[in-house]
Design a protein around this ligand. Structure first.
Ligand SMILES: [Zn+2]
Length: 336
């Protein structure tokens, strides 16, 4: 079976000087054909699928704003909309559903939904953080309606996946883990260890200091991702993958290199193989340097197909902080 992908570049969802722009995908797009993968066509999500996660009033309001008032800014992040954004967001969410169904129906080995606008900040009642609809949450909820009973989401974008956490705060069938930069003033400000005391082991936050990089993330993967997946025993894993945790991203201060991203992708693919027959769907979130997005996407395909090697050689020039006590604190809080 093949690794499949969707590509929803939303060329008309664009705003002057905004980092979340179609050009993020410009270096990646011509490289896509070089992988042993198959493109599948994204279908727009239906209103009832969006409504698995989002308040129908928000959906109607967004549609009206896009059609009548766009272009414009709808939240302070700033999140923008254009005339096409509503339809672009339906296609982005639909692209993730298309990928996920291909994997759980057994038509594909695994998948990568390369979509924008991104989704993980969008909460049930509000679009925020460059995100319109929460693509990964909608697809995970769709998997539940298709009969799955345990779905895990691991989010290693540089930012906390606050929208995904909010969507599944009280949904026992979904487990959520997020690694993110955490410090005063860093967006969105949520994602502390103790955010969800009622959901230990199921909602896991890994707040990291600036410059945490390959070595810290390897420890986090081995000592937090692994027991998280082992304890929840998911039937399918989604990865919210953002390439903004790369050390050279223009809007964040984490320290991953492309080699670090490859290590993470291989570790989560191995966890999926160990616990859920390899059923894993990566979903693009952030990443604002087009070269990092291209190199990072390549790491996903290398891990999924088991073929090729990354040629990028871009180690972080910065010293990593010691995160030993933080990792132990998180393990202790959850009883891992
Ligand atoms: Zn991000």
């Amino acid at each position: 079976m093949k690794t499949v992908y969707t590509f929803v570049s939303s060329p008309n969802h664009v705003y002057p000087d905004h980092p979340e722009r179609p050009a993020r995908l410009d270096i990646l797009e011509p490289r896509l054909k070089s992988f042993d993968t198959e493109l599948i066509e994204a279908k727009p999500a239906k209103r009832e699928e969006i409504a698995y996660i989002h308040n129908p009033k928000l959906v109607s309001a967004l549609e009206r704003v896009c059609k009548e008032d766009a272009p414009g800014i709808i939240d302070y992040a700033p999140t923008y909309v254009t005339k096409s954004s509503f339809d672009d967001a339906l296609l982005a969410a639909g692209g993730v559903i298309t990928c996920a169904r291909a994997v759980f129906n057994g038509d594909a080995k695994d998948a990568f939904a390369i979509v924008r606008p991104p989704g993980h900040h969008a909460e049930p009642d509000r679009a925020m953080g460059f995100c319109i609809f929460n693509n990964v949450a909608i697809a995970a909820a769709d998997a539940l309606t298709q009969g799955l009973e345990r779905v895990a989401i691991i989010d290693y974008d540089a930012h906390h996946g606050n929208g995904t956490q909010a969507a599944f705060l009280n949904e026992e069938r979904v487990a959520f883990l997020s690694t993110h930069q955490y410090q005063s003033g860093f967006y969105p400000g949520t994602g502390w260890i103790e955010d969800a005391p009622h959901a230990k082991k199921r909602i896991v936050n890994v707040p990291l200091p600036a410059y945490a990089g390959d070595q810290v993330y390897e420890q986090v993967a081995d000592r937090i991702f692994a027991p998280f997946v082992k304890s929840f025993q998911p039937q399918m894993i989604f990865i919210s993958v953002g390439f903004d945790a790369h050390w050279s991203d223009p809007i964040t201060m984490l320290g991953l290199s492309t080699a670090g991203y490859l290590m993470l992708a291989r570790k989560v693919v191995a966890l999926a193989e160990e616990y859920c027959a390899g059923k894993i769907v990566f979903v693009l979130e952030g990443g604002y340097d087009p070269m990092n997005v291209a190199n990072g996407a390549e790491t996903v395909f290398i891990a999924e197909t088991g073929q090729g090697e990354s040629e990028a050689n871009d180690p972080s020039p910065r010293q990593e902080p010691d995160c030993e006590s933080r990792i132990e604190e998180i393990r202790k809080w959850h009883g891992f």
